[in-house]
Design a protein around this ligand. Structure first.
Ligand SMILES: NC(=O)c1ccc[n+]([C@@H]2O[C@H](COP(=O)([O-])OP(=O)(O)OC[C@H]3O[C@@H](n4cnc5c(N)ncnc54)[C@H](OP(=O)(O)O)[C@@H]3O)[C@@H](O)[C@H]2O)c1
Length: 280
């Protein structure tokens, strides 16, 4: 089976972001460059890294081992919430570029907000990385509508993407509408609910009817909302299977049935060790 060619979603300013990406957080301890090779072989061209994951070295090694041209890869990394003062921020990007062995990333994100550090200072540092060419595009992750609105006002360069949790168990209607109105691309993390979706009877029924896997149904549900999922897998077969989401369509009724699975306790990533504004 040849690798897929991934379509893109565009921000209002015209930044094209591949509609499917590959997550690189180390959920089970070790993370091998072979996983990145498998992902690039399967056709992913959008890789989601972060300084915090401790896997940037392996991601960089995998990119080089796969022999895919740097220019053909949309590479994201993130600066952690502890490093949002100016000097820390730039040091974190130095470390990321060194670990990834690249001169620039395609998307640089603030990983989580930090209410103890002035947002204006962080937005200046983020914009400087873009102006200096170390980040082609910039954005934020885990920001609420209120914080994103502030960030858009404070940042001297355009923000093109918001990355936040989204899957059928989590209602993100308010955030998604806000992001769309402002012309950003929504990138969905935990798109498979970190495995929680796989025993869902409604998803299983739709998957059976379509002759697809539950993972493919969940990813397709996001893509049909013009949201770009970044699933992770350590298994080459599942890595490839998760790319087969551009050759079928969910009906309006199927989309609605999946949206109705939202639950009050659906959120997975919710750190309790720091002050965060209430979720939307
Ligand atoms: N910005 C943020 O704060 C933030 C937070 C969380 C995550 N992220 C990003 O989002 C990425 C994805 O999120 P995630 O890794 O937390 O969760 P996820 O992608 O929703 O779920 C990953 C889990 O699903 C399993 N899986 C994948 N494909 C499968 C398939 N086809 N069938 C059965 N099981 C399958 C994987 O197991 P196997 O490995 O065994 O296949 C793994 O246990 C992360 O890697 C990271 O890059 C960002």
């Amino acid at each position: 089976m040849p690798p897929i060619s991934v379509p893109t979603f565009s921000s209002r300013g015209g930044t094209a972001i591949p509609a499917l990406g590959f997550g690189t957080s180390p959920m089970t301890g070790s993370f091998s460059p072979d996983t990145i090779v498998a992902a690039l072989k399967a056709g992913y061209r959008h890789l989601d890294a972060a300084r915090k994951y401790g896997t940037e070295e392996q991601v960089g090694e995998g990119i080089r081992a796969a022999g895919v041209s740097r220019a053909d890869i949309f590479l994201t990394t993130k600066v952690s919430h502890e490093n949002l003062h100016t000097a820390d921020f730039h040091r974190s990007v130095d470390q990321s570029l060194k670990a990834l062995q690249v001169d620039y990333v395609d998307l640089l994100l603030v990983h989580w907000p930090n209410l103890k550090i002035p947002l204006g200072e962080t937005m200046q540092a983020l914009a400087k990385e873009k102006r200096d060419g170390r980040a082609r595009h910039i954005g934020v992750a885990n920001f609420t509508t209120g914080l994103l609105g502030e960030a858009l006002q404070l940042c001297p360069e355009p923000l093109v993407a918001l990355q936040a949790e989204y899957h059928p168990y989590l209602d993100q209607t308010k955030l998604l509408n806000f992001v769309r109105e402002r012309g950003l691309v929504y990138i969905a993390y935990c798109p498979l609910g970190r495995g929680r979706l796989f025993s869902d009877p409604v998803l299983a029924e739709i998957a059976k009817a379509k002759g697809r896997s539950i993972a493919q149904i969940a990813l397709r549900w996001l893509i049909q909302q013009k949201v770009a999922p970044i699933p992770r897998s350590s298994n080459p077969q599942r890595i490839a299977d998760n790319t087969k989401v551009f050759d079928f369509t969910l009906s309006d009724d199927e989309m609605k049935r999946i949206s109705a699975l939202k639950r009050a306790d659906g959120r997975i990533a919710n750190p309790k060790d720091r002050a965060l504004p209430p979720w939307d």
